[in-house]
Design a binder for this molecule. Sequence first.
Ligand SMILES: NC(=O)c1ccc[n+]([C@@H]2O[C@H](COP(=O)([O-])OP(=O)(O)OC[C@H]3O[C@@H](n4cnc5c(N)ncnc54)[C@H](O)[C@@H]3O)[C@@H](O)[C@H]2O)c1
Ligand SMILES: N[C@@H](CC=O)C(=O)O
Length: 498
Amino acid sequence: MTTLSTTLAKRLEDPRLFRQYAYVNGKWTHGEGGREEAVYDPATNEAIGHIPLLEANQITAAVDAAEEAFVQWRALRADERCEKLLAWYDLIQANREDLATIMTLEQGKPLPDSRGEVQYGASFVRWFAEEGKRTYGDTIPSPIPNASLGTLKEPVGISAMITPWNFPLAMITRKAAAALAAGCPVIIKPANETPFSALALAELAERAGIPEGIFNVVLGDPPEVSKILCSEPRIRALSFTGSTRVGRILIEQSANTVKRLALELGGNAPFIVGPDMDPKEAAYAAVAAKFQTAGQDCLAANRILVHESIHDEFVEQFAERMSALTVGNGLESEVDLGPLIHRQAVDKAASIVDDAVSKGATMIAGDQSQAPGENFFMPVLLTNVTANMKVWREENFAPVAGITKYSSDDEVIEMANDTEYGLAAYIYTHDIRRIWKLMRALEYGMVSVNSVKMTGPPVPFGGVKQSGLGREGGATGIDEYLETKYYCLGALGSVSGS
Ligand SMILES: NC(=O)c1ccc[n+]([C@@H]2O[C@H](COP(=O)([O-])OP(=O)(O)OC[C@H]3O[C@@H](n4cnc5c(N)ncnc54)[C@H](O)[C@@H]3O)[C@@H](O)[C@H]2O)c1
Ligand SMILES: N[C@@H](CC=O)C(=O)O
C-alpha cells in the first residue's frame, strides 16, 4: 500500500472500509493478469491506493455468480429483501464519516458535501427497501369466457451498472437499491477515478447480509469491461450514469442482446431569471446552482439567462458572491469548491474559457494564478455569451459561469431549448403566468422553480432528448428492474357454478 493509503486507513474509524480489490461472489479479488491502476487524491495528486484491472474471465465469473445467486434472492419475500436493505441503510448511516472521508479523498468534494452525498445515497436504499414491497400486479376484467386474467411483476434479472465519478456513492445506491429490492443481482462498474466508495458499499452490503453473488463490484479498463457486460446475454438490464458520449456507445454495444436500458446522461441546464426577480436573490441562487460540486454536476446551471432589465445588477451581484467562494482541499474546513477530478478537466475548463473569450465573451473574474494546486480551477464569470461558444453548447462540467441576456419569454424559451440535452432547467420568477408558460414550454425532464435543490428519493429523476432514457427514484424507479408478466387462467368454469 502507498503511504497515503496507509494515511487514509489511519484516518478511518474502520480501516476495513478501505478496500483495494474488486468484490466478486463475496470475495475480495485481485486481477489475475496482474494489471492495476493507481487512484489519486485530486487535491494533492498523491496516490491514495491501487485497484486491480480484472481480466475478461473474471468479469464473466461475476455474471456466473450473479446467475447462481439470483435463484435464491428472487425467491425471498419482498419483506425479507427489505430487511437486508434496511440493514445496509443502517450500516451506511453508521459509517457516514468514514464514507465521506473516502469520498473526499478520491473525488475532492468538500467533506460537508461528501457527508451530504452519503446521506442522499443512503436515502435511496431506505426508499427502495420499502418500494420493493409494493410491486403490485393487476387483475384484468376478462373478455375471454371462463378465464381469469392478470399481471405479475417479476425481476428483470442480472443488472449491470456503470457509474460516474462525480457522485461516486449516490449514483450507485440509486440504481443498486432499486434492482436489489426488485429481486435482481447487480454487477457494478464504478469510475476508476473513484472506486473506493463503491468498494466500501460492497463491504457494508456483505455485513448487511446481502448474499455472495448478489452485489458485485468489478474493476477494469472501462471500454473492455463494458464490451463484456453489454455483450453478455445473461445480463438483462444495463443502468448507466455518465456522459451522453459514453451513453451512445453503450446503446450500440447493448443492441445485440436487447437489454433493458436506463440512461442518466449529460445536462446543459438553463438558469432563467425573470424581470421581476430581485437581482441579488437570483444571483445568489445562480451561484449555488452553478458551483455545486465545483460545477461537476449534471444539474449544474450551465447557461445563465437573465432578463435585460436586471442583467447588469445581476452580474454585479453574481461576481460579488462568486468572489466570496473559497477554493481548496475538501478535507479543510470552510471550503466551498474542491479540485476538479484531474488535470484534463482543468485543461478542458481553460479551453472553454479561451474559446468563449476568442468569440467575444467578456471574462469578468477568474484568476487562475490563485489556484491552490494543479487540479484546481478558480471560478470564472463570462458575460456576453453567445450560442456559438463551447460554454453554451457543451456541458462544461467546470466552475465556469456563462451569462447572457434576453428580452422576452418567447425568446428565452427558444434560447433555453437550443440544445440536444434535456435534463434539468431552473426558472426564477414569482410571476405565476410566466412560471406556467415556461415550465410547459421547456424541453427538460426536470424543471425547478425558485429552488436550487430539486432532488431526493421521491423524485422521478431523469432527462429527455439526449440526456437519457427512463427515470431513477420515485414511484417508477423500481420499474427499471421489473418485467410485467401477463397471465390468462382459462377453463376455470363459470363462477356461477352452472
Ligand atoms: N443524469 C444523471 O443523473 C447524471 C449524474 C451524474 C453524472 N452524470 C453525467 O456524467 C458525466 C460525468 O461523469 P463521468 O466523467 O464519469 O462520465 P463518463 O461517461 O466519462 O464515465 C462514466 C462511466 O463510464 C465509464 N466509461 C468511460 N468511458 C467509457 C467507454 N468508452 N466505454 C465504456 N465505459 C466507459 C467510466 O469508467 C465511468 O464508470 C457528465 O456528463 C454528467 O452530466 C449524469
Ligand atoms: N446532483 C445529481 C447528480 C448528477 O451529477 C443528483 O442529485 O442526482
